[in-house]
Design a protein around this ligand. Structure first.
Ligand SMILES: Cc1ncc(COP(=O)(O)O)c(C=O)c1O
Length: 454
């Protein structure tokens, strides 16, 4: 059949992260202080983040060196494999070649520890002893719990209520790595108590969980806040994925003309795509496709606007595609894609037409997930299944047009803790929710009166 896996040696782990800010045709608009309307400076952010991460957030250097200690931790699971999906190609009968980068080999099972170990490292080096965070699907919470345990920090995780109930074993995993975990909204914070008083049955949202984690960190000297996506430094850390993939595609003697990933806040997508967008900016022709759920269609239907990153308006104002900070997405099973906004770097690249986006219904993405499991063996996370579905769509369109493509997608994680979602799919119990127009318009009213990006 030909070669299936393209592997790099541990010594080939990239020694720097790639910073796309250095190459973008238009820099993203600045993040604003909601009180003054002025761009936020390092001092505004220092109660929440260590200075090294703040400097990475605003860096315009094309490359940022990865400290040895982080490379050493990366070696536990990196480099990750790149597969040629020959069996999937055969199963769907496409003429295109499909490759995927598999991030599910990390101990927590996704791409998330690529930034979790980096964030924990810099926090520890600057004297913080505890991190607070939110988690949607539980992948980020487990990644940060894992990183904190290995590096020697305490960790508190606010887990979106619906995922807390749907995924009891993600909870156990987080506890196994020694972190404290509560369902969000919780009684542990002022904003959690306020939301519970008004909506006692809320399924929660990433926006609410972020409010709780930010409040927790702001109230304690020993604690930093840690975010698993969206921010520039998080996307920066994930670019280790795409840099490895570039080398592995070269081993395969191929270069992708489509690069695809699922988008929640945007970190796994950016991680794979940004090193290829660099090539696109330099003149190569690449279709870069972001895949999102129709229930939370941030890039395909959201407005490009200034909005808060969280429900209780504790964060600065972020220039991004948004559905409104009090939007609570339907409880679809891709919990990690239920976020009202998306990374400013990705939003800007969408505005500049270097990235395009599509939205899919959850029964379609589960059909593609099962098709993938039947041919490639790996049971994907529902989030990652959006990328599989996107890749199959690109292959199908190419076949219909009588064309042949080389397609690369990011398989951001496995779905071993998502089997209840698969059970529901097999039982025919999944609801296909696309965001309806009335709720879309209601939620967007939350950004009325906020500044508009120039
Ligand atoms: C496996 C997996 N993929 C993708 C995502 C989406 O996040 P991001 O867009 O930051 O990669 C998540 C989030 O929890 C996830 O767990």
């Amino acid at each position: 059949m030909g070669q299936t896996k393209y592997l790099l040696d541990e010594s080939q782990i990239p020694r720097q992260w790639y910073n796309i800010a250095a190459d973008m045709p238009n820099a993203p608009r600045p993040v604003l202080h909601p009180g003054t309307g002025e761009p936020v400076g390092p001092d505004d952010l220092s109660p929440l983040f260590p200075m090294e991460l703040i400097m990475q957030e605003v860096s315009e250097e094309p490359e940022v060196a990865i400290p040895e200690e982080i490379l050493d931790l990366y070696s536990l699971w990196r480099p990750t494999p790149l597969f040629r999906a020959r069996r999937l190609e055969q199963a769907v009968g496409t003429r295109s070649r499909i490759f995927y980068k598999y991030e599910g080999v990390s101990p927590p099972g996704s791409h998330k520890p690529n930034t979790a170990v980096a964030q924990a490292f810099y926090n520890k080096r600057e004297g913080r002893t505890r991190l607070s965070t939110e988690t949607g699907a539980g992948q980020w919470g487990s990644a940060l719990a894992f990183a904190c345990k290995l590096i020697g920090l305490e960790c508190k995780v606010y887990m979106v209520r619906i995922s807390y109930d749907q995924k009891p074993f993600r909870r156990s995993m987080i506890q196994t790595w020694g972190a404290e975990i509560v369902a969000s909204p919780s009684e542990d914070t002022e904003c959690g108590r306020a939301i519970l008083a008004e909506h006692p049955d809320t399924p929660g949202s990433l926006g609410i969980a972020i409010s709780e984690a930010v409040e927790d960190a702001a109230a304690r000297e020993d604690t930093s806040y840690s975010l698993g996506s969206v921010l520039n430094h998080v996307l920066l850390h994930q670019t280790i994925i795409g840099q490895e993939a570039l080398a592995q595609m070269e081993l395969a003697g191929a270069f992708p003309d489509a690069v695809i990933g699922c988008v929640g806040g945007g970190s796994n997508f950016a991680g794979l795509a940004f090193p290829f967008v660099r090539e696109k900016i330099a003149g190569r022709d690449i279709d870069v496709l972001a895949c999102e759920p129709a229930a939370c269609p941030t890039l395909t239907r959201g407005l490009y606007a200034y909005d808060f990153g969280d429900t209780s308006k504790l964060t600065p104002l972020v220039p991004m595609h948004t559905l409104g900070h009090d939007f609570v997405p339907a409880p679809i099973h891709a919990g990690g894609l239920r976020y009202h906004g998306v990374a400013p770097l990705i939003s800007q690249l969408v505005n500049d037409e270097l990235i395009r986006a599509e939205a899919y219904l959850q029964s379609d993405i589960f059909a593609s997930a099962v098709r993938f499991a039947h041919s490639e063996g790996i049971i994907p996370a529902p989030e990652s299944a959006h990328a599989i579905h996107g890749a199959l769509e690109v292959a199908r369109n190419a076949d219909d047009a009588g064309e042949e493509r080389t397609i690369l997608f990011n398989l951001s994680g496995h779905g071993h803790f998502d089997m209840a979602a698969y059970d529901n799919y097999f039982a025919g119990k999944l609801e296909d929710v696309a965001l309806d127009e009335a709720e879309f318009e209601r939620a967007l009213r939350a950004i009325d009166g906020l500044p508009t990006p120039a």
